[in-house]
Design a protein around this ligand. Structure first.
Ligand code: G6P
Length: 369
C-alpha cells in the first residue's frame, strides 16, 4: 500500500497532487489548442442530436453533481442550450418531464451509482439520448449510456473525490466548447482563446498546489471550528458547494456552501467571531459583488479566508487570510479554485485524526438506493 501511495501519506493527497497529470491525460488525443483541434471520439452518432438539443438534463450525485452545476453554467453560456441539473435520486422518483430528443448527461466517477443508473434507464425509456461522463471504463453507467466520454483520471481510491472532479470538469468543458463551436454560438477567436486557456489549466493547477504549506498553516488555525461557511458566485458557486462537501466528508465539521448573495436570506444570521467563512473570490464578472459580500461578513466579525486571483490588491486588505491562485477564463476557474479547498479539508482532517481515505459512514461507490 505504501508503494501505491507513491510516498504520500494518504491516497487523497496523492490524488490531489496527480491533478496536473490527470487533466493532461484527459486532453490526450482530444485537444490541440494551437491547431484549434478538439475531437471527442466518444460522441459521434449522437453529436447532431446534442448540437440540436432543445434541452439538456444532467443527473448525478455528490461531487459529480457539483461538476454538473458548473457544466450547466458553461453549456448555457457557450451553447445557449437550457440545462437542468438534478440529483439522480430526485429525478427518478418524481415523474419528470423528459421526451424524445432531450439529451441527458449522467456524470459518475465510479459508473456504478444506483440512483444515477436508474435515472438514466428512466430517461432512456422515454426516448432521451443518454450520454455518460464516467471515470471507470466498462462500468455499468458507461454501458447503459448511448455514447459518452471517459474522464481518464485513473483509479481514485480516496472516498472524497478530487481528481475525478477536475477531470469531469475538463470533459464537460470540452464537450460544451465542441458543441458551441459547431453551433456557432461561440465566435472562432474566443473559441481558440478558451482552448489555449484550457490547455494551460494543468500548469495553473500545479501552481495552485504550491499553496499547500500556506493552506496547512491556515488549517491549523481553524481545525477546531464547529461550523464553516463556503461562499461563491457564478462559476464559483458550485466550487463553494464542493469545498463544503469535502470538509464535511473527511473532517466531520459541519459546513455549508451557499451562493454568496443568498447569504442575506439566512446564513448571515450564523455569522459571529466563531464562524470561519471561505470566500471563493477570484477575478471574474461577479468580483465587485463578492467584495461587498465579504464586507458584510467582516462587518459581523466573521473570520474570512479568501481564495483570490494572483495579484489581487483589494481583498487581502479586507480579510483574515488570502490564498492566491493563478487566473484563467472564468468558466475554467473552478478547476483551479477547487485545489486549495481540497487541501484545506485534507489538512484539517489529518489534524483532527480522522480516517481521511475512508471516512466513517461513506462509501466510494453507492450501489444501493
Ligand atoms: C459517493 C462518493 C462521492 C461521490 C458520489 C457519487 O457518495 O463518496 O465521492 O461523489 O458517491 O459517485 P459517482 O461514482 O457516481 O461519481
Amino acid at each position: 500500500e505504501a508503494i501505491e501511495k507513491g510516498g504520500f501519506e494518504h491516497f487523497m493527497l496523492k490524488e490531489i497532487y496527480e491533478q496536473p497529470k490527470s487533466i493532461k491525460d484527459c486532453f490526450r488525443g482530444r485537444l490541440k489548442a494551437n491547431d484549434g483541434k478538439l475531437v471527442l471520439g466518444g460522441i459521434r452518432e449522437y453529436s447532431n442530436a446534442l448540437i440540436n438539443a432543445e434541452r439538456i438534463v444532467i443527473v448525478a450525485c455528490g461531487t459529480s453533481w457539483h461538476a454538473g452545476l458548473v457544466a450547466e453554467y458553461i453549456f448555457e453560456e457557450f451553447c445557449r442550450i437550457p440545462v437542468e441539473v438534478e440529483y439522480a435520486s430526485e429525478f427518478r422518483y418524481r415523474n419528470p418531464v423528459i421526451k424524445e430528443g432531450d439529451i441527458m448527461f449522467a456524470i459518475s466517477q465510479s459508473g456504478e451509482t444506483a440512483d444515477t443508473l436508474a435515472a438514466m434507464e428512466l430517461a432512456k425509456s422515454k426516448g432521451a439520448v443518454v450520454l455518460g461522463v464516467c471515470n471507470v471504463v466498462g462500468s455499468s453507467i458507461s454501458r447503459v449510456s448511448h455514447e459518452g466520454v471517459y474522464t481518464h483520471a485513473g483509479p481514485e481510491i480516496g472516498v472524497a473525490s478530487t481528481k475525478a472532479f477536475t477531470a469531469q470538469l475538463t470533459v464537460l468543458t470540452m464537450i460544451a466548447l465542441r458543441v458551441a463551436h459547431r453551433k456557432g454560438t461561440l465566435a472562432e477567436q474566443r473559441y481558440r482563446e478558451i482552448l489555449v486557456d484550457l490547455e494551460n489549466i494543468p500548469n495553473k493547477v500545479a501552481k495552485a498546489l504550491e499553496t499547500d504549506k500556506q493552506v496547512e498553516k491556515i488549517a491549523a488555525l481553524f481545525k477546531d471550528a464547529r461550523n464553516f461557511l463556503y461562499l461563491g458566485r457564478g462559476y464559483n458557486f458550485p466550487v463553494a458547494l464542493e469545498g463544503a462537501l469535502k470538509l464535511k466528508e473527511i473532517s466531520y465539521i459541519h459546513a455549508e456552501g451557499y451562493p454568496a448573495a443568498e447569504m442575506k436570506h439566512g446564513p448571515i444570521a450564523l455569522i459571529d467571531e466563531e464562524m470561519p467563512v471561505v470566500f471563493i473570490a477570484t477575478r471574474d464578472s461577479s468580483y465587485d459583488k463578492i467584495v461587498s459580500n465579504i464586507q458584510e461578513v467582516k462587518a459581523r466579525k466573521g473570520k474570512v479566508i479568501a481564495i483570490v486571483s494572483e495579484g489581487d490588491s483589494l481583498i487581502p486588505g479586507m480579510v483574515d487570510h488570502t490564498i492566491e491562485v493563478p487566473g484563467t477564463h472564468e468558466a475554467l476557474m473552478p478547476m483551479v479554485a477547487t485545489i486549495p479547498l481540497q487541501l484545506l479539508s485534507y489538512h484539517i482532517a489529518v489534524m483532527r485524526g480522522t480516517n481521511v481515505d475512508q471516512p466513517r459512514n461513506l462509501a466510494k461507490s453507492v450501489t444501493v438506493e
